[in-house]
Each structure stands twice: as C-alpha cells, then as structure tokens.
Design a binder for this molecule. Structure first.
Ligand SMILES: [Zn+2]
Length: 80
C-alpha cells in the first residue's frame, strides 16, 4: 500500500510503500522526524462534459445533402 505523508517538521511530502501494520514505523526521509501527517489525496476528480448535453436540441447532420454554396453544382456555364 502506498501512503502519503507530510512532515510537520520540515514540511516535506513523501510517499511510502509499506504494510498497514507498519504505519507507525514511517519516518521522514528528509529529517527522520516522526511528526507526520497523513495525506489523503482527492481521487474523486470528475471531468465535466458540457458539450454533450442530451437528446434535446437539434442534432447536427453529419452528412449534408447538397452543397449549395459550392461552385461545383451551381449553374452550368456554357462557353468554352
Ligand atoms: Zn521532515
């Protein structure tokens, strides 16, 4: 198990990998102090998705039926 601690003495933060039974044996790697505070990281971080709302609202057509503004299909000039 990984545990995150913060030393109250030198104010450094570190991570240790020990057994839950050996939590009292943890010392600061910097100053070997035992005034440690357990740090609980926030793992519940959610990312908000604002663009994809739901079924409501007009769905954008993926494939357009025709390109009106395109010069390809608009009129046919003679000449040549
Ligand atoms: Zn320390």
């Amino acid at each position: 198990m990984y545990y995150n601690y913060k030393c109250k003495d030198c104010d450094c933060q570190f991570e240790v990998k020990i057994s839950p039974n050996d939590l009292d044996k943890v010392v600061c790697p910097e100053c070997s102090g035992k005034q440690l505070q357990r740090i609980y990281k926030n793992v519940a971080m959610f990312v908000k998705y604002g663009k994809y709302g739901g079924a409501m609202g007009p769905k954008p057509n993926a494939a357009s039926d025709a390109c009106s503004s395109c010069p390809h299909g608009v009129g046919s000039g003679g000449g040549g």
